[in-house]
Design a protein around this ligand. Structure first.
Ligand code: NAD
Ligand code: LMR
Length: 326
């Protein structure tokens, strides 16, 4: 091994996504087969023992690229010197909890984590927020890390992107590798807009009938999280972990020429999306940076759907602002 290990912090390490994610990171799928990693696991005190159990299993994997595992219940220590932070742990919605309550409970998690990243993370820190509500949790963390460039904070909509690829691939009867330029716009929620407006199959524009788009494709992708919960009795975990791996791998290694992906990134006002919120856009990655794809024509159908999801994000931002969380 020639390279120094990259420090990767994973929060919610004892949870179900953590269990699917950590072994893939250790095997080199997050950063590449030549990059050693040191894992820094953050859990709440009650779940540290379970995280220790997962760490024992990671040891038992004898992964050649795994250079060490440390477990913490203090964010300040967990983010010290970290290069990649995967913020998975979040407060789930419990019975009777309103959206505002959920945002407030998560503020108690993502504010101190943002502060800890600001105080101690490495200068090249990249943050992916997976824990829901992912976009606004990312906004909370980002707003408490004033010394970190805002574009280092991202939220995961890669799972939605992958779901859209899978649905379109089935519909057209082509492998996912034939499909390019799908996009997820807006929030990681049921208001998201999975768009095929610029999508290509085998280099040609995708042509599907509007009725299928409206009554099948868009709701299937947007409500897939709920459908998984209904079927499994638990929220998606392996597919979410897989998408987190894809998101970071692409961020570090770039998107292929002639294609893009989707990620929740800080809006610079592009496409009329309120500046400063963390919204999903079509993005390319180059030299370790995600950039919003510019210059796309947005038809009326897309416009209305993007606006609706962005309105929800603005509402979430206003709620956390009122709660003093940003
Ligand atoms: P889980 O309940 O199995 O695990 C969550 C873990 O987070 C628990 O072990 C818990 O102890 C830990 N945790 C809670 N507060 C913490 C804190 N302050 N610091 C560190 N750890 C903390 O949940 P899961 O299935 O792994 O899902 C995690 C989150 O990811 C949920 O919010 C879920 O809704 C979300 N999710 C997002 C996407 C997406 O596409 N963005 C997809 C699937 C799931
Ligand atoms: C998903 O998209 O699978 C999850 O965000 C669903 C959830 O509510 O945890």
């Amino acid at each position: 091994m020639t390279q120094a290990p990259v420090n990767v912090t994973v929060t919610g390490a004892a949870g179900q996504i953590g269990y699917a994610l950590l072994f893939r990171i250790a095997s080199g799928q997050l950063l590449g087969q030549d990059v050693p990693v040191k894992l820094r696991l953050l859990e709440i005190p009650q779940a540290v023992k379970a995280a220790e159990g997962t760490a024992m299993e990671l040891d038992d994997g004898a992964f050649p690229l795994l250079a060490g595992i440390d477990i913490f219940d203090d964010p300040k220590q967990a983010f010290e010197g970290t290069n990649i932070a995967l913020l998975v742990g979040a407060r789930p919605r419990s019975k009777g909890m309103e959206r505002g309550d959920l945002l407030e409970a998560n503020g108690g998690i993502f504010k101190p984590q943002g502060e800890a990243i600001n105080a101690g993370a490495a200068s090249d820190i990249k943050v992916l927020v997976v824990g829901n509500p992912a976009n606004t949790n990312a906004l909370i963390a980002q707003s408490h890390a004033p010394d970190v460039p805002a574009d280092r904070f991202t939220a995961m909509t890669r799972l939605d992107h992958n779901r859209a690829l899978a649905q379109l691939s089935k519909k057209l009867g082509v492998p996912v590798t034939e499909l390019k330029k799908l996009a997820i716009w807006g929030n990681h929620s049921a208001t998201q807009y999975p768009s095929v407006q610029h999508a290509e199959v085998g280099g040609k524009p995708v042509e599907v009938d509007q009725a299928w788009l409206e009554s099948d494709f868009i709701p299937t992708v947007a409500k897939r999280g709920a459908a998984i919960i209904e079927a499994r009795g638990l929220s998606s975990a392996a597919s979410a972990a897989s998408a987190a791996i894809d998101h970071v791998y692409t961020w570090v290694n770039g998107t292929p020429e002639g294609d893009w992906t989707s990620a929740g990134v800080v809006s610079d006002g592009s496409y009329g999306v309120a500046e400063g919120i963390i919204s999903s856009f079509p993005v390319t990655a180059k030299d370790g940076k995600y950039e919003i794809v510019q210059g796309l024509e947005i038809d009326d159908f897309s416009r209305a759907r993007i606006d609706a999801s962005v309105a929800e994000l603005v509402e979430e931002r206003d709620t956390v602002q009122k709660l003093g969380l940003i």
